[in-house]
Unconditional design. Structure first.
Lengths: 508, 195
């Protein structure tokens, strides 16, 4: 393992790669802290660049954005009382009151420091779990693969949908879109309506840009003239907290980190659930639950540790199984394919030096993130006033360029538009978006393996559900449908309690 | 603030949309010809898509039935009306009306602009189409139609277009449509400067 790590270092050891990590972190923090923009938007923006960079540099950039965008939202959550991204909602609960009490410096320092620790916990999880998970998955048979895709899909549906039926319906939509074009087993083209550009199917990247970015941009454009009040009265000295406080928060930090990494592993949810759940866990296990929401460091620690721990967790299924857990990792999957990597358990062995290079990039990004945020806080605060009505159209153009460049054809830009409209309609009708994306990605995996397994078993269904991995995966799928609602309740509870607290505060 | 509430038809419409999409996808599978011989355990290439489409159709029915049941019991929460009075502090009546109008037309107009942009791009080339798209889109989002704003937006669009085209179209050589004399001229200029 050490040898692999050394290879990873070797992969990353170039000025270009290091510069890309730094650039990525900078971009990530800026997009993370401007409300309405987030890491996904930043990723879409650099897509065209990522195709042209060497593979390692492209992923160094992406890792930088991932880490930076998870952390950047804390700046606006604390100083603006608006979370910069969904993964910093709970940061605002205690961060903003701290700033009002004149402890903005301490809040920022705490947030930045615990983001760093959170990333380390996530990294440890990624480092030690992805290898073993991949080596289990390598021995999977065709039926097992089918059930794995099935399990991932049930997880996403049950975790991301308030209304289970609507989640199921959009997952079906994602599956159907993924079936368009040549089927993998026999090469028959289907559902193309005679459009030859569809023969090879719909490419993942334009579909994602459309469903995600177009809708996001239009939503963001609605909020561009919201009035904000920036807390300007702050000074950072050290990280603002004492050794005693650090010791007090140690258990809280560890639990939140584990919660974050675990939620990251689950497909379909990410930082936005992690910070709320960790906040709620931290509050209910704390000796001082009454302090939460009134400017208590513990709440901030829980939220910021958890959302960054999530990053490492989310990459475990991506690298070990080829299954992305959220939109960001889904786009990463698309970029991996552009660079000629076939995601799946084999990547861990076939491209081990590259994967370990990514691990090194992740660590580097983490370090840059602390340094940049710590010393650049004044600059980032100024970035909050960036004119979005100028930025959004430029991102739109670049995302279309990114779509066109995947296959060098305008057709893919049309896919962006069509999926953009789908995304807007789904959003309007309150459908969850993640099941479409996961359905789209898992469709071929599920279908191909089911058809092959049935060929092997000569149509008998029993062999498909009788070997050990299959049985475990089926049980897990059932379990996820039962347990997921509990996790969601916890998330909703944290938010509801906070709202109640805020109304009682404002009534006083 | 007036408390007028509107009845919430979201799930009824959702169910109908799901059913329509399912029917559409089922229709696209009709007439699929397989190259593979049928046999035991050999699913036809359109078998799974058909099954998923049927399942989706059924889900659409379930969503509608659930809506009917809960709305007859009065359990569907009414549509929330977005309250933006905080953002409108200090605005005149006319400004607020303008703001609401812009919020309503931004989305359809943005989609229309993207549509026109995509139609125009292969015909008039990347630079001119991008310049026009950016100018119009920035102006639309800024919600300011004064001459000064137009001029500023034109300038920003011009610079952004040039930077994007030179970096991605010329330096990275991405396959954006290069048709117009402007596209080609800039490409030649880039080559003569950087080789």
């Amino acid at each position: 393992m050490l040898q692999l790590f050394a290879q990873g270092f070797q992969q990353m050891a170039s000025w270009l790669n290091i510069a890309m990590v730094a650039f990525g972190v900078f971009l990530g923090v800026v997009f993370g802290c401007v409300p309405g923009l987030n890491g996904n938007t930043a990723l879409v923006l650099v897509l065209p660049l990522s195709y042209k960079l060497p593979r390692m540099a492209a992923f160094a950039l992406i890792m930088g954005i991932y880490i930076g965008s998870c952390s950047g939202g804390l700046i606006s959550a604390i100083l603006l009382n608006i979370p910069g991204a969904a993964s910093n909602v709970a940061t605002q609960f205690d961060g903003a009151p701290m700033a009002r009490k004149g402890e903005a410096g301490k809040a920022l320092g705490t947030g930045i420091f615990y983001s760093f620790l959170g990333s380390i916990i996530g990294f440890i999880a990624l480092f030690f779990l992805s290898g073993p998970v991949a080596s289990i998955a390598i021995n999977f048979g065709k039926a097992d693969y089918f059930w794995m895709a099935f399990f991932a899909l049930t997880m996403v549906i049950s975790l991301s949908s308030k209304n289970l039926w609507k989640g199921l319906a959009v997952a079906c939509l994602g599956l159907l879109c993924s079936f368009i074009g040549a089927s993998e087993v026999d090469g028959t083209t289907r559902m193309t309506l005679g459009i030859h550009a569809l023969d090879a199917g719909i490419n993942l990247i334009p579909a994602l840009i459309g469903i995600y970015a177009v809708g996001e941009l239009i939503n963001a454009s609605k909020s561009f003239d919201k009035k904000v009040k920036i807390e300007t009265n702050y000074k950072i000295k050290g990280f603002g907290f004492s050794w005693l406080e650090f010791k007090e928060q140690f258990v809280n930090m560890l639990t939140s980190g584990v919660v974050g990494a675990f939620i990251g592993i689950l497909p379909g949810i990410g930082g936005m659930t992690a910070n709320l759940v960790a906040y709620s866990v931290s509050k209910s296990t704390s000796k001082h639950p009454e302090k939460y929401g009134k400017g208590y460091m513990g709440g901030l620690v829980a939220s910021e540790t958890a959302n960054n721990a999530c990053v490492g967790g989310a990459m475990i299924p991506l690298f070990a199984l080829g299954i992305p857990g959220d939109t960001f990792t889904a786009v990463m999957l698309g970029v991996m394919m552009v660079h000629g990597l076939q995601p799946g358990p084999l990547v861990m062995t076939k491209n081990a030096d590259f994967i370990y290079g990514i691990f090194v990039a992740l660590m580097l990004a983490n370090i840059f993130c602390v340094i940049l945020q710590y010393f650049g806080i004044k600059l980032f605060v100024r970035m909050l006033a960036v004119p979005k009505h100028i930025l959004l159209p430029i991102i739109m153009v670049l995302s279309l360029v990114g779509a066109i460049a995947v296959n060098n054809r305008i057709f893919d830009a049309w896919i962006v538009l069509i999926f953009g409209i789908v995304g807007i309609v789904m959003n309007k009708l309150e459908f969850p978006i993640t099941p479409i994306i996961l359905g789209f990605i898992l469709g071929p995996l599920a279908e191909t393996n089911l058809r092959r397994a049935l060929m092997v078993s000569k149509g008998a269904f029993l062999p498909l559900i009788s070997n050990t991995p299959s049985i475990i995966l089926i049980s897990l799928s059932v379990l996820s449908l039962i347990l997921a609602p509990r996790l969601l309740k916890r998330e909703a509870k944290a938010q509801a309690e906070q709202e109640a607290l805020e109304t009682s505060n404002s009534a006083e | 603030m007036d408390n007028k509430q509107r009845k919430n038809y979201t799930d009824l419409i959702s169910g109908l949309v799901v059913m329509a999409l399912a029917a559409f996808f089922y229709w696209t599978t009709i007439g699929t010809k397989s190259f593979m011989k049928a046999g035991r355990g050999r699913l036809a290439p359109d078998a799974i898509p058909k099954a998923v489409a049927i399942a989706m159709f059924v889900l659409g029915i379930i969503i509608i039935v659930k809506w009917i049941i809960s709305s007859s019991r009065g359990k569907v929460p009414p549509l929330e009306i977005v309250d933006d009075s905080e953002d409108c502090v200090g605005m005149t009546e006319a400004q607020i009306r303008n703001r609401h109008l812009f919020q309503k037309i931004t989305m359809p107009l943005t989609l229309l602009l993207i549509l026109l942009y995509l139609i125009a791009m292969p015909r008039i080339g990347f630079t001119i189409s991008t310049f026009c798209f950016l100018t119009l889109q920035i102006t639309l989002l800024s919600a300011d139609l004064s001459a000064k704003s137009w001029l500023k937006n034109l300038l920003i669009a011009l610079i952004a277009t040039l930077v994007i085209y030179i970096i991605f179209g010329c330096a990275f050589g991405l396959a954006v449509p290069k048709v117009s004399p402007v596209d080609l001229g800039l490409g030649n200029l880039y080559r003569s400067v950087f080789g």
